[in-house]
Design a binder for this molecule. Structure first.
Ligand code: SF4
Length: 224
């Protein structure tokens, strides 16, 4: 496949190339954070039928689900809801100690990674809202890269990789886009409620995620 120099493209140009090249075989993966809001807004301006999906782990805050509804109404879109394997969740939940406490990695594998891979098996590319300024393993994220998923190479595209937090929030306010109400209550980043806490200690965007755990990511971006 002929590909452009991804790093040299502007965000709109990278989005346009990806949407045109892959059509209905590309989808936006989002947990509805501020970057996801911006990505959905930009993508649906280029293609109102751009596909997007949200992994409903079963552990989202009510505020996150309300934000999903508000965002869909504002953008006039409908995100695909992807859920974990119900039988597997029931079997794991039968244990006295919740899986997110006994083995968070297995919990993420069950509630996030397996549903994600199920979606990816039907795609040729996907887009995310990760940014280098979020720190950790994300500091070296490229604008796009090939990833082997189940024996096939898929293009993972990160159109906002060079944006910073200030620019993301400026875009949200400029376009009056909805955001998760928890951001106004001390949560810089919002994930599943068992693994998310408010935090104002460091000022870092992903502070409050996976507190007390020996990891900073759930595996969706770091497992390849
Ligand atoms: S973030 Fe926490 S609750 Fe959510 S899937 Fe991972 S371990 Fe489970």
């Amino acid at each position: 496949m002929d590909c452009p120099d991804f790093e040299a493209l502007t965000t709109p140009a990278l989005l346009a190339w990806t949407l045109e090249r892959f059509g209905h075989r590309v989808a936006i993966s989002t947990a509805l954070g501020p970057s996801g809001v911006v990505l959905l807004h930009l993508a649906t301006q280029l293609d109102p039928k751009a596909r997007a999906f949200f992994i409903d782990t079963g552990f989202h805050f009510p505020e996150t689900l309300a934000h999903l509804d508000a965002l869909e109404a504002r953008l006039g879109i409908r995100l695909e809801r992807v859920t974990p394997d119900a039988a597997e969740v029931a079997a794991r939940d039968a244990s006295a100690t919740p899986l997110h406490r006994s083995s968070p990695d297995d919990c993420c594998a069950l509630r996030k990674v397996e549903p994600m891979d199920r979606v990816l098996r039907g795609l040729d590319a996907w887009m995310t809202g990760i940014r280098r300024d979020q720190g950790g393993a994300r500091v070296s994220a490229p604008a796009a890269e090939w990833r082997n998923v189940g024996g096939r190479d898929l293009l993972k595209v990160n159109p906002l990789v060079a944006w910073d937090r200030k620019a993301i929030w400026a875009h949200i306010f400029e376009h009056d886009l909805p955001y998760n109400a928890l951001h106004d209550r001390g949560y810089p980043s919002v994930g599943c409620w068992p693994c998310t806490q408010p935090s104002d200690a460091s000022g870092e965007e992903r502070a409050g995620r996976f507190v007390g755990q020996a990891r900073t990511e759930c595996g969706l971006h770091t497992r390849f």
